[in-house]
Write a protein that binds this ligand. Sequence first.
Ligand code: FPP
Length: 263
Amino acid sequence: MQQVVNGFLEQMNKFGALFGKRPPSPVVSAPVARLPRHVAIIMDGNGRWAAKRGLPRPARHHAGTEALREVIRECDALGIEALTIYAFSTENWARPEDEVGALMGLLLRFFNSEIDELHRKNVRIRIIGDVDGLPAPQRDAVTNAMARTAANTGLKLNIALNYGGREELLRAARALARKAKDGADPASFTDRDLCECLYTAGLPDVDLVIRTSGEQRLSNFLPYQTAYAEMVFNGVLWPDYTVEQLHHDLREYASRDRRFGKT
Ligand code: FPP
């Protein structure tokens, strides 16, 4: 795996000119009065974006990290409480080895290059998913990032890595079963008890899910936490996602009438 990652990083340097760093979006004022507390994003369309440019498969996610950087900055600037991004699912291991290696390489790069700025900005990083199942370098990088930013009180940035929603629920069910075995009355368990067994313990429910690229599904992402979330699906391929599009999606959210099952 490490060889694949190194190979990918070399390729990236070679192709660097192709991708270029896109200029930062101009600073735009806060778009709406009613902001969601918790935004979750499925960053879809990297493959289609790369295919349109004739770029090799492993290169597809590189440009997506630029968009991600901007979105994190903007959520922080807007004062959004929590942002959760879907970076790698438990199902993504089934992708071709070079693509998985590329994604793992990007992760390392991301943590090495962004951690200082995120820490300076008081961002708290949490990985949701099975960290133990990651290769050692990635596991160390994310564990360090979590420890370093643990006391921060700004944007809660949650990165779903080796994450699967059903696996998360199964894990929570097992934790509750253990409590019952230790003597707790299962009839006393509440929604709150279950939430405390999820990777997202302590976070507010998701208010807004944004999925790019036109696909309209959750793909095993936060199935419990999104029970009352508003969904915004846009046709933008993730690497083309901008701060302006984020504002557009936030305005769409603000225009929704959330009734939570009431009238
Ligand atoms: C889906 O696009 C996207 C992913 C599987 C991963 C997204 C990851 C990143 C944008 C960057 C990595 C994150 C960090 C934290 C560095 P797809 O390849 O399925 O697109 P397609 O549907 O067009 O093929």
